[in-house]
Ligand binder design. Structure first.
Ligand code: GDP
Length: 145
């Protein structure tokens, strides 16, 4: 199957607790190749735009608050069937319900502070990768455009 891209975000809780490296290593062990990554501190407007599909949900305000509470690390990840595989590798939203060996079971604190984001569909992956990275960055051409 052809290599495809999805978006992961190492969330502020995992960055703050020093888990960035071990989570990226876990993703690489699972066959993902990082194609672009950047440490960012999202503004409220940026976090709100990224999570616009969740506007109106009861946890939306908490989610925006949390995602702007510190730096996070969006990573464009490549492998075959990337979207479905990354969803499996991160585990259920609530770490208490996540399967053994998943990123959230191993590294997340709670349903809100759950260490990692992963795109939930091929359409959203395309939108979310483009939210953070240009075509040039994805091709490894930073500084040459
Ligand atoms: P995901 O696709 O597994 O990340 O889960 P969702 O799309 O349902 O929710 C997006 C994000 O919102 C989750 O990863 C959590 O960070 C947050 N979230 C979801 N449900 C809750 C909740 O009940 N409480 C809080 N505080 N945050 C939540």
């Amino acid at each position: 199957m052809a290599a495809t891209l999805t978006l992961g975000i190492i969330k502020p809780d995992a960055i703050a607790s020093g888990k960035t490296g071990v989570i990226v290593a876990h993703l690489q062990q699972a066959g993902f190749v990082p194609r672009a990554a950047r440490m960012v501190r999202l503004s409220r407007a940026e976090a709100g735009a990224f999570y616009a599909v969740h506007r109106g949900r009861p946890f939306y305000a908490d989610l925006v608050e949390f995602m702007t509470s510190g730096p996070c690390l969006p990573v464009a990840l490549e492998r075959d069937d990337a979207v479905a595989h990354l969803r499996t590798v991160i585990g259920a939203t609530d770490p208490a319900e996540a399967a053994p060996g998943t990123v959230r079971k191993l590294f997340a604190e709670s349903k809100g502070k759950n260490a990692i984001h992963a795109s939930d569909s091929v359409e959203n992956a395309a939108r979310e990768v483009a939210f953070f990275f240009t075509e040039g960055e994805l091709a490894g051409l930073w500084g040459r455009e």
